[in-house]
Design a protein around this ligand. Structure first.
Ligand SMILES: Nc1nc2c(ncn2[C@@H]2O[C@H](COP(=O)(O)OP(=O)(O)O)[C@@H](O)[C@H]2O)c(=O)[nH]1
Ligand SMILES: [Mg+2]
Length: 495
């Protein structure tokens, strides 16, 4: 029976019944029982509630645990997914890197093969070129020897004739000196130089002066057309565009200030302007007196370095200087032999090594010999292989270093030899060599063989390097100090 039913029943039973007699002890007992029952019921209820609460708590805990477990599962799954993704990404990255490395390796291999191929081709080309050069040098040497033998014969004849002429000139000069009009400054030597220069410039003069004369004759007054044609004549003689423009500007100016009206008078004006440009650089002698001198002769192949050195050696020997040569063009045996021929002709000693040896070592030995023989002048020949610029640069640097180190007391000159027949190209050669060496002066050769003599004017104006000597022929005395006034005069003088 439930607690409530029991209670209800007890109340029914305890309802005062009219007339009924209720035993007092019975009542008390019943109350105690009921109280006990109520307490038990209360306890049962509380126990039930506690159990329910416990159950609810356990259920809640189980639910939470379940939830936590599921959350953990989700988290782990998530983590596993992420790890997998990371692994895949890493794998993909590695695969990509491997692919790129492979591609780079392949590209590098292709490049190396290509480079090796190019190097081989360049080597073969260089070899072929060198072989060709050697052949040409051999030919040149043979021709040179034949020519020299011929020249020696001619020179001897010429020398005898010259001696007779000079004796006659000396006699005349002496006579003139003794007479009252002895003031003439032109020595026979100077006259001889000028006549060589004059004949050396024949080709240039014929073309240039011929063209100028034609223009001037064709006009009655000075106008734009005349200027234009004169400009053309200058360009044709290889004065160079810039220099021609400059000369023309100066000419217009001169015509204005000096009020020149006759076309015929323009010739003298031009000569004056050109002389002005050519005298811009002061002429200093190559050799400083009272101290040793070293001249390093540079320039591309075939411009006339070796020939010029032979001529210089001869000239300085004639001036009673103690000269020594060094064959630092060691690239070909023929080059050394060629210089030997010139040394023998001038009667000066030559320091030489084997073909292919270090040019700087030759210079070193040259300095040693120059010191021990107390020479006034050491002249070094060099190879001018522009096609191998790095090597050339290294060689020239090394030679320069050796001279500075071993011969600091010497006056040093680096001379570049230029071939006048190359005209304006000569200017770019100087620019290239200026990158690798300090160039102190220019020697312009082969003026006799070209109508491009006007290039001298362009060279003087464009390069901040003075022209020191000019070559006007192949003979030993066909080299002369550059005299701007004489040059301009020889360019304009009529026969
Ligand atoms: N006509 C003429 N030929 C010259 C002159 N100077 C050098 N040569 C010639 O130019 C050629 C090359 O000269 P070389 O001295 O061997 O040149 P390198 O290679 O610079 O040493 C030779 O045949 C020389 O005779 C010159 O002033 N006039
Ligand atoms: Mg040479």
């Amino acid at each position: 029976m439930s607690f409530f039913k029991k209670l209800f029943k007890r109340k029914e039973e305890t309802k005062p019944v009219e007339g009924a007699h209720i035993d007092e002890s019975q009542n008390l007992e019943s109350e105690a029982r009921e109280a006990e029952e109520a307490r038990l019921a209360e306890e049962a209820r509380e126990a039930e509630e506690a159990r329910l609460a416990e159950e609810a708590r356990e259920a809640e805990e189980a639910r939470l645990a379940e939830e936590a477990k599921e959350a953990e599962k989700v988290r782990l799954a998530e983590e596993a997914k992420e790890a997998e993704e990371a692994r895949l990404a890493e794998e993909a990255k590695e695969a990509e890197e491997a692919r790129l490395a492979e591609a780079a390796k392949e590209a590098e291999e292709v490049r190396l093969v290509e480079e090796a191929k190019e190097a081989e081709e360049a080597r073969l080309a260089e070899e072929a070129k060198e072989a060709e050069e050697a052949r040409l040098a051999e030919e040149a040497k043979e021709a040179e020897e034949a020519r020299l033998a011929e020249e020696a014969k001619e020179a001897e004849e010429a020398r005898l004739a010259e001696e007779a002429k000079q004796a006659e000139e000396a006699r005349l000069a002496e006579e003139a000196k003794q007479g009252e009009n002895s003031g003439s400054e032109e020595t026979p030597k100077k006259k001889g130089l000028f006549s060589k220069l004059f004949s050396g410039l024949t080709k240039t003069r014929d073309q240039f002066l011929g063209a100028v004369d034609d223009v001037l004759k064709g006009f009655k007054k000075i106008d734009e057309d005349l200027y234009e044609e004169l400009e053309e004549a200058l360009i044709m003689a290889d004065f160079g565009v810039e220099t021609t423009m400059n000369i023309m500007e100066k000419l217009r100016e001169k015509v204005k200030t000096e009020k020149i009206t006759e076309p015929g008078d323009l010739k003298l004006a031009l000569q004056e302007i050109i002389t002005g440009i050519l005298t811009a650089h002061e002429w200093k002698p190559l050799v400083e007196e009272g101290k040793p001198n070293v001249i390093l002769v540079i320039g591309v192949n075939g411009v006339g370095k070796t020939t010029t050195i032979g001529k210089l050696a001869h000239q300085f020997k004639e001036e009673n200087k103690n000269v020594i040569l060094a064959a630092a063009d060691t690239f070909r045996a023929a080059a050394i032999e060629q210089l030997q021929i010139w040394a023998d002709r001038s009667g000066v000693p030559l320091i030489k090594h084997e073909e292919g040896s270090d040019p700087a070592a030759v210079v070193y030995d040259g300095i040693k010999a120059a010191k021990s023989r107390k020479c006034d002048l050491l002249i070094c020949d060099t190879a001018g292989r522009l096609q191998n610029k790095t090597n050339l640069m290294k060689e020239l640097e090394k030679m320069g270093r050796i001279i500075e180190r071993e011969y600091p007391e010497a006056h040093k000159e680096v001379l570049i030899v230029l071939d006048a027949t190359t005209g304006q190209n000569a200017i770019s050669q100087v620019k290239v060599f200026k990158e690798v060496a300090n160039v102190d002066g220019i020697i312009l050769t082969k003026l006799d063989g070209t109508a491009k003599g006007g290039a001298v004017v362009g060279i003087c104006e464009n390069l901040n390097v003075p022209v020191k000597y000019i070559g006007v022929g192949e003979k030993i005395d066909d080299l002369q100090p550059f005299d701007p006034k004489a040059f301009a005069a020889a360019l304009f003088e009529q026969k």
